[in-house]
Design a protein around this ligand. Structure first.
Ligand SMILES: C[S@@+](CC[C@H](N)C(=O)[O-])C[C@H]1O[C@@H](n2cnc3c(N)ncnc32)[C@H](O)[C@@H]1O
Ligand SMILES: [Zn+2]
Length: 273
């Protein structure tokens, strides 16, 4: 396991999840946005002032590459999302895409003996159940738990650093639940053997918006090649941050060279100014 117990990451949980070693987590509890179509901010003057999150969703909130990734990794999940668009619309679809890419990573990091609890409300609970069935397998579903509401306030957590501080203070001083809590703002790096670097192709295509990182020209997905920015022969790794997409011509121009060498060759050829 490449992440220490009792660590709070205040970051988007997708890159954080992607940085955690496979099958290393015993329990996942998630209290994600519910697709409530509202935006939230802690009241000015309250301890949590400054903490805020958005719970309205449109297709511009989701990465283009995620659609492809979901269809590749779990076709049933892709169908469940499609159905939600027909009955609810694009907002629900966008929300479910955002959730789906994260659920796929949660499945990957969860041990075979692990458990996952998802807290939500009726806005999307039925669609989330379909997503969970697609990702974790319907036979792995155990039960549904219904909250009885009381006046006691639970512990809130948010990705803002302010919220992390509040939660840490309450966990340590009031609840006495944990010993020292570690707060990290970086993205962990997997220590395990990484998945085949080509599996990042969809994500990279979305990030680069279809443009080659050499000649800056738009190419269709099939004409792109996944390239190691720092070549493996020079110690480059298969981590996503060392990968980019190049068109066929740029890829052969780069060969075993560095990115700087590629750019100067393209300039010499008059492809780049
Ligand atoms: C329904 S609230 C739950 C908050 C907390 N559990 C509580 O009870 O007060 C959803 C939380 O998810 C956080 N969130 C939304 N998108 C996130 C992301 N991509 N990564 C990490 N946290 C995220 C929001 O900041 C918000 O705090
Ligand atoms: Zn190119």
């Amino acid at each position: 396991m490449n992440v220490q117990n009792r660590t709070i990451f205040s970051n988007d949980n997708l890159p954080v999840l992607r940085g955690i070693d496979t099958e290393t987590i015993d329990l996942i509890y998630l209290d994600p946005p519910f697709n409530s179509n509202r935006n939230y901010a802690a009241p000015i003057g309250s301890d949590a002032a400054g903490a805020a999150f958005k719970d309205t969703w449109t297709l511009s909130d989701v990465d283009n590459a995620w659609h492809g990734e979901i269809a590749d990794r779990e076709p049933a999940l892709s169908q469940a999302i499609h159905t939600s668009e027909l009955t609810h619309g694009k907002g629900m679809k966008s929300y479910l895409i955002m959730m789906a890419v994260r659920l796929l990573e949660m499945k990957r990091v969860l041990k075979k003996t692990g458990s996952i609890y998802l807290h939500c409300d009726p806005t999307a609970s039925h669609y989330l159940k379909s997503e969970m069935d697609a990702v974790f397998g319907k036979n792995n579903f155990r039960n549904e738990i219904v909250w009885q509401r009381t006046n006691t306030h639970g512990l809130g957590i948010d990705i803002s650093p302010r919220a992390v501080d509040l939660v840490r203070v309450r966990l340590e001083n009031e609840v006495g639940l944990f010993g020292k809590i570690i707060h990290r703002t970086d993205i962990p790096k997997r220590s395990e053997k990484l998945p085949n670097y080509r599996t990042h192709k969809h994500t990279l295509f979305g990030k680069q918006e279809g443009l080659c990182k050499g000649c800056k020209t738009q190419f269709p997905f099939r004409n792109m090649t996944v390239d190691h920015i720092v070549p493996k022969s020079q110690g480059g790794t298969d981590h996503e941050d060392n990968l980019q997409l190049l068109c066929g011509a740029c890829n052969s121009t780069k060969g075993q060279g560095t990115q700087a060498e590629l750019i100067s060759r393209l300039k010499a050829q008059g492809v780049l100014r």
